[in-house]
Design a protein around this ligand. Structure first.
Ligand SMILES: [Fe+2]
Length: 249
């Protein structure tokens, strides 16, 4: 985040939404995550209001975001062409969900089998994660076979490499509405898992698999939130605008 950006944020702090903070600087994602500030499914909420509700000092959080940015090179997702962004989401986030989800399922199932008697909440968390992973795989398949190819087609039309024809689903808003509802469901499942596990707090008798499962769930949730942010707050609204221009021609 540049000094200029910080000034912009400070000047408009009461009007800034959680998703705008992450749009302005992707490093904000990790900092907001740390304070359980949901920037993807509830990204339209005002940062200042949510901080106040939770008793958090908003200026301290902004400083943390600035420091996170200094440590890392920033990817300019907002400047990318949508076909490139769609491929990035598939190659980075979708691959991660597919691969890590299977490993997490194994670890959490093993934890539930060994510790479920003393900690029945882990059995419920394992069931919820399994549902979430299964649903996400189906969700990503719909994106990879229907929605993202259509977005890539819109980019081709924009670049003059294809002529526009309205899709069989009438407008992109229809699949996007469905995808956003599915994002919300995945986010809600993680809220439940966090409640059940008291924010992934390990019991005193936790074994190494228990620890690994909680760390992996935490990482999975952070990646999921970044992933949903890229779709809900960048890819989808830009694709809607792109299609609107073509439908109006
Ligand atoms: Fe998605």
């Amino acid at each position: 985040m540049t000094e200029e950006n910080i000034n912009v944020i400070t000047a408009n702090i009461k009007e800034l939404t959680l998703s705008q903070l992450v749009l302005n600087d992707f490093h904000a994602a990790e900092v907001l995550e740390k304070y359980h500030l949901d920037f993807c499914c509830n990204g339209n909420r005002l940062f200042y209001d949510v901080c106040k509700e939770k008793g958090l000092e908003h200026n301290a959080i902004l400083s943390e975001i600035e420091n996170a940015n200094k440590r890392n090179h920033e990817l300019k997702f907002d400047l990318w062409e949508l076909d490139f962004l769609a491929d990035y989401i598939i190659n980075n986030h979708h691959q991660y969900v597919k691969q890590s989800g299977t490993i997490i399922n194994e670890h959490i199932d093993k934890t539930a089998a060994v510790h479920g008697k003393n900690h029945p909440e882990i059995i419920e968390a394992a069931k919820l994660f399994s549902i979430c992973h299964k649903d996400l795989k189906q969700h990503m398949m719909k994106e990879e076979t229907i929605l993202f190819p259509y977005i890539k087609y819109l980019v081709k039309v924009k670049n003059g490499a294809a002529s526009f024809e309205a899709p069989y689903f009438s407008t992109i808003r229809n699949p996007i509405n469905m995808m956003e509802a599915e994002h919300q469901s995945a986010g809600d499942i993680f809220v439940k898992i966090r409640e059940l596990t008291n924010n992934f707090t390990l019991p005193s008798d936790a074994c190494n698999t228990y620890k690994a499962a909680f760390e992996e769930l935490n990482d999975f949730e952070l990646d999921l939130h970044k992933h949903i942010h890229l779709e809900n707050n960048i890819l989808f609204p830009k694709a809607i605008e792109m299609e609107k221009e073509m439908l109006n021609k």
